[in-house]
Ligand binder design. Structure first.
Ligand code: NAP
Length: 243
């Protein structure tokens, strides 16, 4: 059977683009969404027009019971999980001193806890199969830190830490774990920036353009075919951040 892949937060933006690319390649795609039911249904319908079938599953991945439901659905239907893409995420633009405990819990639970819980729930099946790939969509801000996005930066740095440690723990079971750290990609997440701010950002990017979701999905397609890359944080940012 083709590879089975769960993508969290696939109703919009980067996750949606990943779902489309992998489904068109013939993978069995389980596209998770939480609030954007209409967008998820639209994605499914769009692919059905090309006679491609995907599963869309509602789950709030910041909650353990929903994570279990999503993984259980996948295993009941396909009996295996080859690839997990922890993509669901939220950001917030706020002074650090204005961040509340509620903000902290929401961002950390949505971005970091979700990757922890999703990975915990899929790993037993991957260990059983002696094969698997986990990809965490982190961020350039996790690598270098983003002003006014401190909690977001913490959540993404946490994902990268998890990637490195888990890659070591799971390597002997032939499970690879990698992060992709995007720079600035055109999605709803960046609607907060004005035209002028975006122009300023472009000037800071050596390649002079803001990235597209397909720049990320192409790398994911490559990682799925690859066999020897693990524990890495792959930066895709037009040269914006070079460490
Ligand atoms: P986006 O367009 O805002 O999409 C976010 C996705 O996450 C949506 O599909 C949303 O689904 C889902 N999501 C949010 N909370 C969720 C929850 N509790 N449970 C399940 N799904 C949830 O953002 P994006 O730009 O595509 O971002 C995707 C990932 O890339 C994020 O992790 C983000 O931090 C990372 N990233 C993005 C950029 C960028 O420039 N765009 C840069 C660096 C990193 P619902 O609407 O259905 O809830």
């Amino acid at each position: 059977m083709e590879k089975v892949v769960i993508i969290t937060g696939a109703s919009r933006g980067i996750g949606r683009e990943i779902a489309k690319r992998l489904a068109k390649k013939g993978l069995k795609v389980i596209a998770n969404y939480n609030k954007s039911e209409k967008e998820a249904e639209k994605l499914k319908a769009e692919l059905e027009q090309e006679e491609i079938s995907i599963d869309i599953v509602k789950a709030d991945v910041s909650k353990r019971e929903d994570v279990r439901k999503l993984v259980k659905y996948t295993l009941n239907k396909y009996d295996k999980i080859d690839v997990l893409i922890n993509n669901a995420g939220i950001s917030e633009y706020k002074l650090f001193t204005d961040e509340t405990d509620k903000d902290w819990n929401k961002i950390i639970n949505t971005n970091l806890y979700s990757a922890f819980a999703m990975s915990q729930e899929v790993i037993p099946n991957m260990v059983h199969n002696k094969s698997g790939l986990i990809i965490n969509i982190s961020s350039a801000w996790g690598v270098v830190g983003g002003s006014l996005e401190v909690v977001y930066s913490i959540s993404k740095a946490g994902m990268d830490g998890m990637t490195k440690a888990l890659a070591k723990e799971l390597g002997p079971s032939n499970i690879r774990v990698n992060s992709i750290a995007p720079g600035m990609i055109y999605t709803k997440m960046n609607e907060k920036f004005t035209e002028e701010e975006l122009r300023g950002i472009k000037e800071e990017i050596p390649l002079g353009v803001i990235g597209e979701a397909s720049d990320i999905s192409k790398c994911i397609e490559w990682l799925i075919e690859d066999k020897y890359t693990t524990g890495q944080v792959i930066s895709i940012n037009g040269g914006w951040i070079i460490t």
